[in-house]
Design a protein around this ligand. Structure first.
Ligand SMILES: Nc1nc2c(ncn2[C@@H]2O[C@H](COP(=O)(O)OP(=O)(O)OP(=O)(O)O)[C@@H](O)[C@H]2O)c(=O)[nH]1
Length: 341
């Protein structure tokens, strides 16, 4: 057993296909022990027979409330109880998947893993995976701000039910999702058929300098001869671009930056706007430094680290992506530009 438990948060609006994905995973995952924490609103629980099917699957259900608000304390308690049982040898698992309710804001759920000291040591948040129902996403975004938050917090977005949509609908959905979160890779899946390696152990909270802005989406066909196909984004059809989502991704770019100035800028930005900064990630070129400086954070929890060296000094440039709500973008853009060396 590994010492540290890898945690994946599954989010996505009601009916987006979270349980379908989990069921697909559980019927294909083999014997590796796994714990699933299910947060259901009411007494209607998922297909327990399937989830409890093998000895290697431990299911905990948190019902009658939502982990992001009313049962937040119970969420921490349930996680701690799982760790106790694991320590006593009652149950075994190296991986925990948290399925939130379709109405949950992932923010408080994510923060639980950073603020609770024991959880911080015993668990490593791997990634937030959002499922998005292609057929209903436009309406959900228009009517429920939490749907945009779920997309905004995601490291990877699994677009479901595109099989029920025409091409124009799919393109409009992709364009809107990408505007809310330009950082997350988008995988287009059908009926939960997504190989586990595409959504588990992706190390999204590690300070890596992987691509900051995704350029297209992947069509996943599990078990097919050509399992993946990459498609670049196209413009959404005219007339379908009048969205007004409060949450949007903003990309800031510059050349080399002054370390002190960018440090002060980030500090001030997080202090003032941290509550509205859902996720942010930057790969920065610092004056007189051959290594990339990587920054990433969730609200006011932030990490900085030096990464790989720039291949050539001339190719070094800085890029910061902030996914936030109601941010004074022009002011931030000017502030970022002023940190140039
Ligand atoms: N056509 C089609 N149906 C899908 C797809 N993914 C899921 N579904 C169906 O959508 C319905 C809802 O899926 P669930 O997996 O229960 O969704 P959920 O996100 O767990 O729903 P909540 O727990 O209510 O938030 C089910 O009937 C699924 O079979 C897909 O890619 N295509």
């Amino acid at each position: 057993m590994n010492d540290v438990v890898s945690v994946t948060i599954l989010t996505g609006f009601l009916g987006a296909g979270k349980t379908t994905l989990l069921n697909y995973f559980l019927t294909h995952h083999g014997d590796a022990p796994v714990a699933i924490l299910e947060n259901e609103f009411g007494a209607v629980n998922i297909d327990g027979a399937l989830l409890r099917g093998g000895d290697s699957v431990n299911v905990v259900e948190l019902s009658n409330g939502c982990v992001c608000c009313s049962v937040r304390g119970e969420f921490s308690a349930a996680l701690n109880e799982l760790l106790d049982k694991r320590a006593w040898g009652d149950i075994q698992f190296d991986r925990l998947i948290v399925e939130t309710t379709g109405l949950a804001d992932p923010g408080p759920v994510i923060q639980t893993f950073f603020v609770d000291e024991r959880l911080r040591e015993a668990m490593r948040l791997d990634a937030v995976i959002a499922l998005t129902d292609c057929q209903h996403v436009q309406r959900q975004l228009d009517e429920h701000p939490v749907a945009a938050a779920q997309i905004g917090f995601a490291d990877r977005i699994l677009l479901t039910k595109a099989d029920l949509c025409d091409e124009a609908q799919v393109e409009a959905a992709l364009a809107r999702i990408h505007r809310i979160n330009s950082k997350a890779e988008i995988l287009h899946i059908t009926n939960g058929e997504c190989p586990a390696e595409l959504w588990l152990d992706i190390g999204a909270f590690e300070l890596s300098d992987a691509n900051l802005v995704s350029e297209g989406f992947h069509i996943i066909r599990a078990g097919a001869e050509q399992p993946q196909r990459f498609m670049p984004f196209r413009q959404a059809p005219q007339g379908q671009r009048s969205w007004d989502d409060a949450i949007q991704a903003h990309v800031f770019e510059a050349g080399r930056l002054d370390l002190k100035k960018i440090g002060a800028f980030m500090e001030q930005c997080i202090e003032t706007y941290g509550n509205d900064m859902l996720r942010y990630k930057g790969v920065l070129a610092i004056a007189d430094n051959s290594q990339r400086l990587v920054v990433q954070g969730v609200h006011k929890v932030v990490g900085f680290d030096y990464g790989a060296e720039w291949e050539s000094p001339d190719g070094a440039f800085s890029r910061l992506v902030i996914i936030g709500r109601y941010l004074p973008v022009d002011e931030l853009r000017a502030g970022f530009a002023a940190t140039a060396a």
